[in-house]
Write a protein that binds this ligand. Sequence first.
Ligand SMILES: [Ca+2]
Ligand SMILES: [Ca+2]
Length: 467
Amino acid sequence: MRYRTRTAIAVAAVGATALGAGTAHAAPANITFRVEGPTSTLYEGKVTTDGHDVTTPTGGTHKCDGTNNGFSPVPVPVGTAALDDAAKLSGFGFDGTWFPSFEDFVIDEIAGIRPVFPEFWGLYVNQKASTAGGCQMALGTGDEALWSVVQSGPAPDFLPQSALRLTGPTEARVGQPITVRVVEGEQGAPQAGATVAGATTGPDGTATFSFAEKGIYRVKAEKAGAVRSAALTICVDPAGVEPCVSADAAAPTVAFRMPGSLASELGRSRTFAIWWQADDGQGSGASRYAVDVREVASGAAGAQDEWRTLHASTPLTAVHYRGDSGATYEFRVTAIDRALNRSQHALARVSVPIDDRDRRLLTVSKRGWRQVRRPQAWGRTVIRSRRDGATVKVRFAGRQVALLGRRLAGGGRMRVSVDGRSKVVRVRGRSADRTVLFRSAELRPGTHTLRVRALGKVEIDAVAPTP
Ligand SMILES: [Ca+2]
Ligand SMILES: [Ca+2]
């Protein structure tokens, strides 16, 4: 396993910022995530994660996106949200107590393990003990987040134990000696006396060993009083064959991991991220992905564009895409493991809403509405009705349409009609931004008209047709 250098992380972060220019939503990060129990590794894998609300049995539901306690000005991926994502992926539970004073959870239990002080669940980012809470410390693509049962050190510092970092070759030949190196994560000091694949490291932190049989080996460094390292996956093959091929004939699997199919469920602008997750079981590991896109035509016959290649081969498990207002896109991703086995395609659709500012598509009667800036809204603005009877009209092609907005404490009602069939929707109450306030029945293919008439105070953010 080659650890990403700081430079690589910085480049990835700059890339994401450039792609997301003009948006401030939490772009998901591709991280390595681990849970290290007292005697074994409970979870280890890639997780694509973003900051989001987290619910625990003891603590309830709270935001967990780096803005906690004012740490980050914008939502970012964080360690406790990653824990939540990994828990959902692999079905383990966790619990935490919420502390309003610092707006964060203290993690009490993961996968049934509830340590007792002076042991506790500690968070490490890139093998360094986290200096902020699990809903505060920002993560970026290429980072490693790790929860481990650790022992608190002596007063007054209570510094927890250090986490080990293991580096070495990821390919080897049967019987050929390889050398690995173990350091601790805070200062990078070599660690003597750590065990790796049955060998023990010397004063320079290195150990040398070989494998007598072909196979795929996952080795970790362990040492008393330190957090065990991430696995180094080593493909061991006979001489003369391509790496990993002799022991990995099984294709990986891949699935998209987005929370919804409207771009407004993925972010706040037409530049949205799609992300996926691969699993290669005990194989060599998915290492590359091929990603294609096509536009799904609205209306008649569902004709579709040809697939276009977004990435022929990327190591990332998320990409940004800028779509057109009112359009729907289909994405397909294929995972490729280190032995070049290819997964079957995973497919996902994303529909891009039409913003309230898009006057080419949205006809708003003059003076009936006023535009209001709202940072969490789609396109960062909404329109609010100024009087009863204010109307909005949009012509769209598709088989269904959703109206996005927000319930308001003093909210009224609105009459929503599609092709003349109308329904009254109440919007009094509370809701998050970009909530689906109304969704039409399925319509015949073709062009339709949606009309909204305000009865009292209402707020409209965007309209999302789907094919
Ligand atoms: Ca495989
Ligand atoms: Ca809007």
